[in-house]
Design a protein around this ligand. Structure first.
Ligand code: GLU
Length: 476
């Protein structure tokens, strides 16, 4: 996606970092220490498949160990390379610091087209890759905890967890070696939807602030806002679904690898998702206009543009033509450094990746804590909470009857109020609180300093500041 004149993804992240540190008071040595990637392990391993030995190349990059374990997903894609893995690992460091998950930053990748292999083959490949990482402590509950990313999901995480358990039979915390596992294999409710849910909470929080909306020339709430979403993978699908079904947004375009679907009246995201599942393509979806040139749709008129697929999709080649007043980076690094500058000059407000897509790692944190505490959230409190609520409602009803007040509770109130929070509700509440807190921290810098004019620099300033504080307290 990057043109030859643009820096690489990793350089782009470095340049964004430096734009922030230029406004900070860090010693050059500390700045360098925070910026550089600590290590990247490359492994080439063979798996006997289809009658021959197939060789695969994988990476696990550790950007910063100022806190351990380090955290970050494992991506399966043919485009995976060292530069990309290092850029993504750096973003994990800043993301974790911004949303206060107590982790350093890491990322992994395997150069593979997951669709070219069947399930049994993928399991063998994943277990072998995991084996290589586990024996070097690059997967370990206390040191390095992977999670899903592009091309991986619950299934791969369950294989990794099982592989770790087989190799560490006496580790009582084995399940915490990876997050994003299915609930039946030690996962947590709400992890699959988490990144998309986080995008929704991020937007809701942005829309709570009149001055912030005004900077993007927007007003009112999310209802009827026109949204274009690029990528209907796990993140894009959940974000688009929640925004359209719960906040009244109109998803006017969905861009996928094989074109785009358009409808000014708003698309049915769930129907498109099911169509892709059944047919493997968005083509021929009956309830929308189809266009082959998906990339051009990024430039269409809308209120909110949500790139939720690959890095570098908004670059020097198209930035000048982007018309959305507000861009939410649901993907990691969808806007190149050069494009970022052009968009800022145009007055476009960007909600940066390290905040917008931090829902995934936030709920990963909850899952890791759940695994270490060996108990599901809400198990001890839920019924106690219900019992207390009962006491209150009964008292109100008794008062009303005794005094002849004739009070009646609204229909549905009892059901809603009496129910104690289960794991999913607690996860969503923790995520919402995290997103609001992180936005507030960014916003304070954005509005509080004259030399800060955009949310990305504000986000970097907050997170780099926190990493620096951790280093300093270690005596560095
Ligand atoms: N891969 C996701 C990300 O880029 C999730 C990472 C995690 O949960 O550790 O943030």
């Amino acid at each position: 996606m990057h043109s030859a004149t643009e820096p690489s993804f990793r350089e782009s992240v470095d340049l964004m970092f430096k734009r922030a540190t230029a406004l900070m008071d860090l010693s050059p040595g500390l700045e360098e220490k925070i910026r550089i990637c600590n290590s990247t392990y490359t492994v080439r391993f063979g798996v006997r498949l289809r009658g021959d030995i197939q060789t695969f190349t994988g990476y696990r990059s550790v950007h910063s160990e100022h806190m351990e374990p380090v955290k970050g997903g494992i991506r399966y894609a043919l485009s995976v390379n060292q530069d990309e893995v290092e850029a993504l690992a750096a973003l994990m460091t800043y993301k974790c610091a911004l949303v206060e998950t107590p982790f350093g930053g890491s990322k992994g990748g395997l150069c593979i087209d997951p669709r070219a292999w069947d399930e049994h083959e993928l399991e063998q490949i994943t277990r072998r890759f995991a084996y290589e990482l586990i024996k070097r402590d690059l997967i370990n509950p206390a040191q390095n905890v992977p999670a899903p990313d592009m091309g991986t999901g619950e299934r791969e995480m369950a294989w990794i967890a099982d592989q770790y358990a087989r190799m560490n039979t006496t580790d009582i915390n084995a399940k915490a070696c990876v997050t994003g596992k299915p609930p039946h294999a030690g996962g947590i409710q709400g992890r699959v939807e988490a990144t998309g849910r986080g995008v929704q909470y991020a937007l809701r929080e942005f829309f709570r602030h009149k001055e912030d909306k005004a900077k993007a020339g927007l007003s009112g709430d999310l209802d009827a806002k026109r949204v274009i979403i690029q990528g209907l993978g796990n993140v894009g699908y959940h974000a688009a679904k929640f925004l359209s079904e719960e906040d009244g947004c109109k998803v006017v375009a969905v861009i996928e690898r094989d074109g785009a679907l358009l409808d000014d009246k708003g698309l049915d995201v769930e129907a498109i998702f099911q169509w892709i599942k059944a047919h493997g393509t968005i083509k021929a979806f009956p309830h929308a206009i189809y266009t082959e040139n998906g990339a051009a749709v990024l430039e269409h008129d809308c209120d909110i543009l949500i790139p939720a697929a690959l890095e570098g999709v908004i670059n020097l080649g198209n930035a000048a033509r982007i018309r959305a007043p507000l861009i939410v980076e649901a993907a990691n690094g969808p806007i190149t450094f050069g494009a970022d500058e052009i968009l800022r000059q145009k007055g476009i407000v960007i909600i940066p990746d390290m905040f917008a897509n931090a829902g995934g790692v936030t709920v990963s944190y909850f899952e890791w804590v759940k695994n270490l505490s060996h108990i599901r959230f809400g198990r001890m409190q839920r019924r106690a909470e219900e019992a207390r609520h009962h006491v209150l409602v009964e008292e109100l009803e008794k008062l009303s009857a005794d005094k002849g007040l004739g009070w009646t509770l609204s229909p549905g109130f009892k059901d809603k109020y009496l129910k104690g929070a289960g794991e999913l509700e607690l996860v969503r509440s923790g995520l919402d609180d995290t997103m609001r807190g992180a936005y507030q921290a960014m916003r304070d810098v954005w509005h509080g300093r004259n030399d800060v004019t955009d949310l990305r620099v504000a986000a970097y300033i907050v997170s780099i500041g926190r990493v620096a504080t951790t280093y300093r307290s270690k005596g560095l």
